[in-house]
Design a protein around this ligand. Structure first.
Ligand SMILES: NC(=O)c1ccc[n+]([C@@H]2O[C@H](COP(=O)([O-])OP(=O)(O)OC[C@H]3O[C@@H](n4cnc5c(N)ncnc54)[C@H](OP(=O)(O)O)[C@@H]3O)[C@@H](O)[C@H]2O)c1
Length: 296
């Protein structure tokens, strides 16, 4: 347990399982804030590349998790969390908390909670909003639901990776529901930006004129400007959020919408657009590559 006294927090030990775009950045934020970090990744070279001051890479999940106060899972999807769940549960210390941050959707979080029933009072549903740059800067928004004592325990780690923590409730799955809702907005404005820039081109306009037209107005958004600029130059090879990850998330949104009887026409269209760009070989590119779905 971290010692919280007189407003200061002793360093805690955090483990990060999965050192992709987000996990490696989160590990660096934790280390920068003075916490000792152990990392593990399925492909060990990627964990070794994340190692540095206060970050050590571990060859096994048990090595990374044993002795940690807070354990983050930041892998790909629910199946990949379930692949590591038994080892996490087996190695989790008696006072340690597991913060599950991978985007897994509501049904995925339910299956993970089932697999982690043995440590259920110390499992948190803790997805994050924000992409590579906010993750590198420790400026994510952490959405969290789960037992109150576990939330309090993990808060110093959330403060290290995030600018803000939004508590969604005591029930696991609520934070994952809000994550899907928020990503439906992100997937929509990204695809809508691609549509507007493609339509501009089809009508014989310089596409950047669209970004100029909305700049500073009520319909502007930092996201449209940032992703629109990448779309204009098609410089989407270095992903902040990979297109196939968005495709995975839109699939989770459709599952959740159908389960609750919510109309899914717009989500289905988004799925078709991201899928078309992925089929064109752009699954590993940044999500802004959805612009290619509008190429004739
Ligand atoms: N990038 C963003 O903007 C963003 C923002 C918020 C949330 N997210 C979510 O955060 C999660 C991570 O995203 P990311 O962008 O960091 O993805 P990423 O760069 O593709 O990293 C994925 C990570 O998952 C690991 N992995 C995949 N399958 C696995 C398995 N079966 N067992 C163990 N590990 C496995 C990968 O290991 P290998 O290196 O061995 O392949 C890698 O470490 C995803 O759920 C994503 O939807 C992303």
């Amino acid at each position: 347990m971290p010692d919280v006294s007189h407003g200061t927090i002793d360093a805690m030990r955090a483990a990060v399982l999965g050192t992709g775009i987000m996990g490696s950045a989160m590990a660096r934020s934790l280390a920068r804030e003075g916490h000792d970090v152990t990392v593990w990744n399925r492909t060990p070279e990627r964990a070794e590349a994340t190692a540095g001051e206060r970050i050590s890479s571990c060859p096994s999940i048990a090595d990374a998790v044993g002795g940690a106060d807070v354990v983050f899972t930041m892998v790909y999807d629910a199946a990949s969390v379930l692949d590591v769940a038994a080892e996490v549960v087996g190695a989790l210390g008696p006072d340690a908390v597991w913060a599950q941050s991978t985007t897994v959707g509501t049904e995925g979080m339910r299956r993970i909670a089932e697999a982690a029933a043995q440590v259920g009072d110390r499992l948190l549903d803790a997805p994050v909003l924000g992409t590579k740059q906010p993750a590198e800067a420790g400026n994510l928004l952490v959405l969290v639901s789960g037992p109150a004592a576990a939330r309090t325990h993990a808060q110093p780690a959330f403060d290290a990776i995030g600018a803000r923590t939004l508590t969604v409730g005591d029930e696991l799955g609520r934070a994952s529901a809000l994550k899907l809702v928020s990503n439906s907005w992100v997937a929509s404005i990204n695809a809508a930006t691609a549509q507007a820039m493609g339509l501009a081109e089809a009508l014989g306009l310089e596409p950047l004129l669209f970004l100029e037209a909305i700049r500073g107005g009520a319909a502007d958004s930092a996201y449209a400007q940032a992703k629109g600029a990448i779309m204009a130059s098609r410089a989407w090879d270095d992903p902040s959020f990979a297109l196939d990850s968005v495709l995975k998330d839109v699939g989770l949104m459709i599952d959740a919408a159908r389960e609750s009887g919510f109309p899914d026409e717009l989500l289905a269209t988004l799925l078709a657009l991201y899928d078309r760009a992925s089929e064109r070989g752009l699954g590993g590119a940044d999500m802004s590559a959805v612009r290619a779905a509008f190429d004739r």
